[in-house]
Design a protein around this ligand. Sequence first.
Ligand code: NDP
Length: 278
Amino acid sequence: MSAVYGIFGWPVAHSRSPAMHNAAFRALAIDAVYVPFAVPPAQLPGAIEAVRALGVAGLNVTLPHKSAVMPLLDELAPAARAIAAVNTIVRKGERLIGDNTDAEGLARSLLEAGVDLQGLEAVVLGAGGAARAATFGLAAGGAKRITVAARRRAAAEALAAELAPHCPGAELAACDFGAPLERACAGCGLLVQATSATLGESAAARAFADALPLHSLPRSAVVCDLVYKPLQTALLARASERGLRTVDGLGMLLHQGALAFEHWTGQRPPIGVMRAAL
Ligand code: NDP
C-alpha cells in the first residue's frame, strides 16, 4: 500500500512541493505519493485529526497554517519552538512531531553557494515568518552578529528579542530602514532579503530594491533573496550589477524539502532530482 504524504495550505495549488517530493519518491523507488491538500483555516483541527486517523505518513505545512498547527501536535522540535512555526510534520508511531526545516534549509543553501556562516555578520530584511526562520538559521549556522531590519522598527525589535534566547552564540540587533540599515550593511558579509517586497516584477519591487543601501555593502558581501518568483528578483539584479555575489531563493525551497524528505524516510534525498523537479 502506498504511503501518503502531503502539504496543507490555503491556497495550495501553487505549491511546487508535490512535484519535488513525487520525483524524489520515484527516483528512490519508494512506494509513496505526495498530495496537495487545500485546507481552509477553520478545518485545520479536523484535518490534523484526519492525518491521525488515516495514517498519513508525513506532512508539510504552508501558509496560513504554520503557527496555527502548533497546538494540534504532540511535540515540537527545538527549531519549530524557536521559530514559532511548523513547516514539517513527522509521524513517530501515533505521535505527530512538528519541525521547521526552513532555517536549516537556508543555511544549507548558503553553504552550497560557498557562504561560510561561521563568525559572519549578517543583515536580515523583514520581520515576518521567513525573516524569523532566516535569523534562526544564520545563528544556528554560526553567524556572530545579525541585524534584523524592518520598515516597522518595533517588529524587528520584537523578532530579535524573541529569538535571542534561542540563539545563544549570536548577538541579535534590530533597526529600521534608512541610516541604521546603511550602517549595519557597511560591516556585513551577507544580506538576506526576507520581506515579500521583491515578489513579482512590479515597479514597487524595483523601487524597494533601488532604495536599499547596497552601495554600503563590502565588495565581498553576498546578497540572498528568499523570494523565488521571479528567480532573479530586482534586488538580485541590482546586486549583480554592483558585482556582488548573489544567491536566489530556490536553494532554500529545495533544501527545506530535502530535509523534510530525510526526516520522513530516513533516506538521503536525491538533491539533483528534486532540484530538476522544482
Ligand atoms: P510575512 O507576511 O510573514 O512577512 C512579510 C514581511 O515583509 C513583513 O515583515 C512585512 O512588513 C514585510 N514587507 C512586505 N512588504 C514590504 C515592503 N514593501 N517594504 C518593507 N517590508 C515589507 O511573509 P513571510 O515572512 O512568510 O515570507 C516573506 C517572503 O519570503 C515571501 O514572499 C516568500 O516568497 C519568501 N519565502 C521564501 C521561502 C523559500 O523557501 N525560499 C520560504 C518562505 C518564504 P510589515 O509587517 O510591516 O507588513
